[in-house]
Design a protein around this ligand. Sequence first.
Ligand code: ADP
Length: 322
Amino acid sequence: MGTKSIAVLTSGGDAPGMNAAIRAVARAGISSGMRVIGVRRGYNGLISGDVFEMNLRSVSDIIHRGGTTLFTARSPEFNTPAGVQKAADTCRSLGIDGVVVIGGDGSFRGARDLTGAGIPCVGLPGTIDNDIQCSEYTIGFDTAMNTAMDMVDKLRDTAQSHDRCSVVEVMGRRCGDIALQTGIAVGATAILVPEVPFDLEKDVIKRMQFTQLTGKKHFIIVVAEGIGGVDDLARQIQEKTGIESRATVLGHVQRGGSPTLRDRVVASEMGFRAVELLQAGEGNRVVAMKEGRIVDYDITEALNMKKTISKKLYDIALKISI
Ligand code: ADP
């Protein structure tokens, strides 16, 4: 038996492109004859019944907007068996028989629990960090990298004018993908990511000194949030090289902004797939990207997968950022 009424929510950290995913779910669901319910503030809205029925126009004019028009939240209550039960009861009382959860792997754990409580869920990877193990791409990643790149380009102008070193922290607590790709795109002399242990002397100071000998006068060092400590890093770099160094933490600006074409398209494809799955009566699935194609996995399997930073890209960065 196919699903007749589905709900859509965004949960955990927001990411640009979530609106494009919401839109795809609403439009695909409605055009295949389903009722689509929008849920506000993640699992909180599912517990309290803060929901509304969507129509084709409910998602007009949002594809280009950052953030999430459904709002998002972290829900401590949902993270308890009683909270999951309450959300499942709300779903049953509202006639919701499937939920699309757009969020990170915390949200997927919630989706697994809710499926266990009898409400089939499908997760869509929405997080700027690209830190979801089962997917080589997450909705919001491209926009965040482009924002970080623009910001670092601006820092480069001032670093260049003053012959300085700019030490920039970009987002990514356990995943260095934003740092790696942004670092390559801005020509950073060193890129520090949580997946690769580093030695300040060898991986930063020596690289700076080598390029200085070839005539380089300003430097960009890109550091992932998971490494942190950019103030201290800038101080040490200045002490050891004599080059004036400044630290900048880009922070939440990387979460905002109009999603790039890639994020809009991937969000649209993934949202469409989520509806297909629920329509086929499948739950406990996560939509992901593998070798550039949209695929889906069992949530439990997906949560146990491992992902590493691209060694190839990392080596390219080391070879050409000199
Ligand atoms: P993200 O989805 O971005 O990783 P969080 O880790 O904050 O963000 O998770 C979002 C929400 O998902 C939490 O507030 C909670 O309601 C739910 N959640 C997270 N972890 C679990 C878990 N282990 N079991 C059930 N629900 C969870």
